[in-house]
Design a protein around this ligand. Sequence first.
Ligand code: FE
Length: 326
Amino acid sequence: MLINSFAVAGEEVNLYSARKEALIKPIVDKFSEQTGIKVNLITGKADALLQRIKSEGRNTHADVFITTDAGRLYRAKQAGVLQPTQSDILNQVIPANFRDPEGYWYGLSMRARPIFYVKDRVKPEELSTYEALAEPKFNKRICIRSSNNIYNQSLVASMIAANGVEKTQQWANAFVKNLAIKPKGGDRDQIRAAAAGQCDIAIANTYYYGKMINSKKADQKKAAQAVAIFWPNQQDRGTHVNVSGAGVTRYAQHPENARKLLEFLASKEAQRWYADINYEYPVRTDVEPSALLKSWGSFKADSINLDQLGVNNAEAVKIMDRAGWK
Ligand code: FE
């Protein structure tokens, strides 16, 4: 049977995306080309979109919600705006730790949050784990963004899972004393501050480093070239990783098309493009990272189920507050 776009005329799916249009539009266009299903794309900030789906309630136009960080995906699940999707394809190709155990959301791209060190001032042998960054030898040498950022909350949540609340509190108390400057700006600003001599060590997501290395702005590129990646916790649980991902909304009017869109985004072709466009890792183990990411070396990733980052989020925020992490 010949299937063309005419045969499925009128089919559509509505996508609310916290990822910028440039990071999602080309690949959903491909989906439309292949399936004849039109994608209506609305982009915005993660929290605003989540709020919008919530307040639209049963009348929401959203079928699929895409956002970054498992902590946020968990928040969407807890807010009651998602529904579980059962899909043999998704369960087969997306590793279990990168999806919600009940199918409420699925990771679609992966990023790590390693340590970056200034090559002139730090030897990699001095580094080992996130835990060790609380040692006195790193006094006033570390740059990291503020604690209201979900990436840091998820990192601390992963430490709670590994070490428990009490030990993580002790770690945070000491770690905060090692910050060189009051947290401000985004991840790229931490790498820039390190390169500029304000600190020796920065913590940042891998894709920001990739963007800086390939940046047309000379200062960004130069800053990235001054640092190198250190993959922490290779002798134990592995480096902290996180995902961007998506779930089908609770009141989706096109749940079948929504599932098809998720399955498409998990396909080998889409994984290749979706990872590369933002310097991320594919979640599929049978799709290789880009040459640039490969050049950073392979590493052991923390294999914790990422829903635990959401489960531990509130406790993580409390720990950071008590430690005085601005
Ligand atoms: Fe980011």
